[in-house]
Design a protein around this ligand. Structure first.
Ligand SMILES: [Zn+2]
Length: 446
């Protein structure tokens, strides 16, 4: 009797909200610990009891089940795992739980995917690393659990059999990340396998399919060269990305030195997929053309946890980027872009235009001055020339005036003789008139 009462008393209780949040998290992550669920939906709490209770209630309802624990095979429960964290039960959804999660998340069967994601019996180390990555993003203020999907296949061909499966896909437009593919590497396979995965992403991004929005037959569409769209855009139609979706690799599972080497090696092996074409022009300027290149950013899980996605955690693999770590949005922003080049080129053109206009104005002013000078010279040439005095041997001009005192009345300028000559004539005429007077007087008297 007492034991029954104790069992009744200890029966876990949980709110509908807590249970719904647990279902949503498991609907996305498929397998998770109570602490991971807590970090994602109750980040302000430190005790995961509220999540454990919700899980137990959901277990009683047949929605979730516990399969193994994070330390791996049974028998190691409670032992510290690689990160020194205590081992925890792994939880996943039943078929009924998957249905419930799908309707809570508003995702159809295809979108929500299958139940299993790395069998819990093996400790699900890969799923745990992916979960830790998603927790680091969420705690860093980017999106919430509904911003994520895990194990998302992207078909490489129409048959759909070959595909590149993203460990996680983030869609957080409000955080400036409309679409981010996330891969988590636990240093368990050769780096060449990771490089192959980058190549697969490039192949997937390059893949073109019929645009279902374009009418007409396939033949007509292919003849017109229209009606085909990048396949990835049909999966994520509203990303608004100017180029290919960015790809983030998160490295864990080895020491800092080994991870650093893996990062370097991956960068070297995948150059053809991330290196922009360096375009140079006659103006001595140019830009990095990232068309059809994968925006690749790398970090370690430790770094991501320490700094958060908005902290200096990321290395962009591209030309002209140092080895320093940057916040995610900074790392994803292209440098020396076409737009910036076009702005510089436009500025240079405007400056050249201004110089040319100034030169034209200077030339026009010069020309006006020259014309004015010519006009003055022409006017001077056309000005009437004052003739010389008609008196033989007189060097004076006809308008030369008498510049000495005289009692003689000089006739006005006549355009023929100079002043002195007219003076001389007037003087002679006066003498002549006197002589005539003298001649006339005696005769008159006679
Ligand atoms: Zn004269």
């Amino acid at each position: 009797m007492a034991s029954t009462e104790a069992r009744v008393k200890s029966k876990p209780r949980s709110t509908v909200k807590d249970q719904e949040d647990v279902l949503k998290v498991l609907g996305v992550l498929k397998v998770a610990t109570a602490t991971q669920i807590l970090h994602l939906v109750r980040p302000h709490l430190s005790d995961n009891k509220v999540m454990r209770n919700a899980l137990l209630v959901l277990q009683a309802k047949g929605k979730v089940l516990s399969e193994g624990n994070t330390a791996g095979p049974a028998g190691r429960f409670g032992a510290p795992d690689r990160n020194g964290e205590p081992s925890q039960k792994l939880w996943s959804l039943t078929a009924a739980g998957l249905d419930a999660a799908g309707s809570l998340l508003g995702r159809d069967a295809q979108e929500i995917g299958g139940r299993a994601r790395g069998a819990g019996q093996g400790g699900a180390p890969h799923a745990m690393a992916v979960n830790a990555t998603i927790v680091a993003f969420t705690r860093g203020g980017i999106g919430d659990i509904t911003s994520w999907r895990t194990e998302v296949p992207h078909a490489l061909a129409a048959t759909g059999k070959q595909n590149v499966r993203a460990d996680a896909v983030l869609r957080a437009k409000e955080a400036g990340l409309p679409l981010l593919m996330v891969e988590v590497d636990r240093a368990t396979e050769p780096v060449q396998r990771l490089a192959d995965k980058v190549a697969s992403y490039a192949a997937c991004y390059r893949r073109q399919v019929n645009n279902p929005a374009t009418p007409g037959t396939w033949t007509a569409r292919s003849r017109d060269g229209a009606g085909s769209v990048p396949y990835w855009q049909t999966l994520y139609p509203d990303s608004g990305l100017p180029g290919w979706p960015p790809l983030a690799f998160v490295f864990t599972g080895a020491g800092p030195r080994a991870l650093h080497n893996r990062i370097q090696e991956l960068a070297t092996l995948t150059r053809e997929h991330w290196a922009a074409d360096d375009r140079q022009f006659d103006d001595g300027d140019g830009f990095l053309d990232f068309t059809d290149k994968v925006p690749l950013v790398l970090t370690t899980l430790d770094r991501l946890r320490e700094h958060g996605p908005h902290g200096p955690a990321w290395r962009r693999v591209a030309q002209e980027r140092g080895a320093e770590f940057e916040p995610l949005l900074t790392a994803l922003a292209d440098t020396r872009t076409k737009a910036a080049y076009q702005q510089r080129a436009a500025k240079r053109r405007a400056a050249a235009d201004a110089r040319w206009q100034a030169e034209l104005a200077a030339r026009a002013a010069e020309q006006a001055q020259r014309l004015q000078q010519w006009q003055a010279e022409e006017d001077a040439e056309r000005a009437p020339v004052v003739p010389r005095c008609a008196t033989p041997d007189c060097e004076q001009l006809v308008n030369a005036e008498v510049d000495w005192y005289t009692e003689i009345t000089i006739p006005p300028q006549d355009g023929v003789y100079c002043g002195p000559c007219r003076h001389d004539q007037a003087y002679r005429n006066r003498g002549l008139r006197g002589a005539l007077r003298r001649i006339r007087k005696p005769s008159g008297q006679a």
